[in-house]
Design a protein around this ligand. Sequence first.
Ligand SMILES: Nc1ncnc2c1ncn2[C@@H]1O[C@H](COP(=O)(O)O)[C@@H](OP(=O)(O)O)[C@H]1O
Ligand SMILES: [Mg+2]
Length: 452
Amino acid sequence: MGTLRVTGWAAAQRGFSTAAAPPPRRCHGAPLARARCAPPSAPAVASSIGAGQLRVGAEREWLWDCRGGGGARDYAREMEVAVRVVQMACTLCQRVQRSLLRPGHDAGGRVHSKFDRSPVTVADWGVQAIISWLLSSSFHDENISIVAEEDDETLSSSDGAALLQSVVEAVNGCLVEAPMYGLRSPEKELRAHDVIQAIRKCSSTGGPKGRFWVLDPVDGTLGFVRGDQYAIALALIEDGEVILGVLGCPNYPMKKEWLNYHHKYYRLMSKVSPPPLGSWNKGCVMYAQKGCGQAWMQPLVHDFGKLDWRHPREIQVSSISDPISATFCEPVEKTNTSHSFAAGLAHTVGLRNQPLRVYSMVKYAAIARGDAEIFMKFARAGYKEKIWDHAAGVVIIQEAGGVVTDAGGRPLDFSRGVYLEGLDRGIIACSGALLHQRILDAVDASWNSSTL
Ligand SMILES: Nc1ncnc2c1ncn2[C@@H]1O[C@H](COP(=O)(O)O)[C@@H](OP(=O)(O)O)[C@H]1O
Ligand SMILES: [Mg+2]
């Protein structure tokens, strides 16, 4: 079982800085380490503590205590910081998305185009800057290794000044609130130069050895600019293995049927019948550690008012294994995957439900939460998948009980740099092995006659 052991709820609520806190008491190793590792002076613990719940009354720090993996190592501090920084990033994104959708409002020149003509906004650079700064400051590591999607070229260019100013404002507007998330604010506001440096720092190219973070600041930017689904994805990789995954999904509806609705309809409905204050109707952060055998989700600080380690919900993949009842998801954009090939596979396997087309790694989230059973992506020949588009989602699905491989049945390889080198044809994620095998067989049977 994985549980969140806390030694700092009150401190976090008062805005106590985790970065400034004394080093946490580490629980090395072991299953059932929780009791042994509790601080000796910790006051009585609430009588029945479920997995993932708050440990009342302890001191100083929250600690992620993964007890289910037998030999699973202790990544308490990394998990704690990762969830907090993704929570903050969700807030930044929500603000930028709202301003983008407000007619006539200029959110930093609104939407820009990258070299491959994909969109990029203040949120992409803003999130990358805050996460880079917060990881670096939380771990007291100026040279922390981060592989991330954005570079600073546009912002540093001669006509990027106004845009850079918007990013700096978004970054400082968020960082000043860091104590609400149990993180440290900078002593002074970041200047343009500091923001550029933070973005530039994310220049690791990964590889087979050592430890690095992988960040997609706004995955599914097209969904983001359209007011629809998007995700903030952060993972920790060690010696080529994804160890931690955290996915912020600010627009994820807690009622799974809503995932099907067009975002405009969703927004309209939310206005007509707004959810009761404080209810958890949408938005979450999901997280998992490799080997724990459990995955969790908590509401957004921004919507819920505080970090809620107290009632995280465990998430699990669906138990449906009959294709007739299963739902598959795929990218919205047909430039990113072959809808027709997936439709052929669906027919062969006997899937009857309409595909669920969703932007971003929210598709991984949907499988992990049990809201869909299959995710398939078949990019056009020549497109190379990047590690930041998959790392966090893969470990969360696996720990929630699902299976993720390439279309040849091999695990995705995160050890070979920025790209998922050697990927065989496509990506298949399923809630269970039976469905997974059926899809693999169907791919084999129809690949040669496809135009892919
Ligand atoms: N031609 C292409 N084929 C496949 N994937 C692509 C692609 N062009 C971009 N992508 C990736 O698909 C991601 C979006 O996924 P989806 O289509 O599932 O919403 C993009 O992430 P970003 O939005 O972070 O750039 C990008 O990395
Ligand atoms: Mg992406």
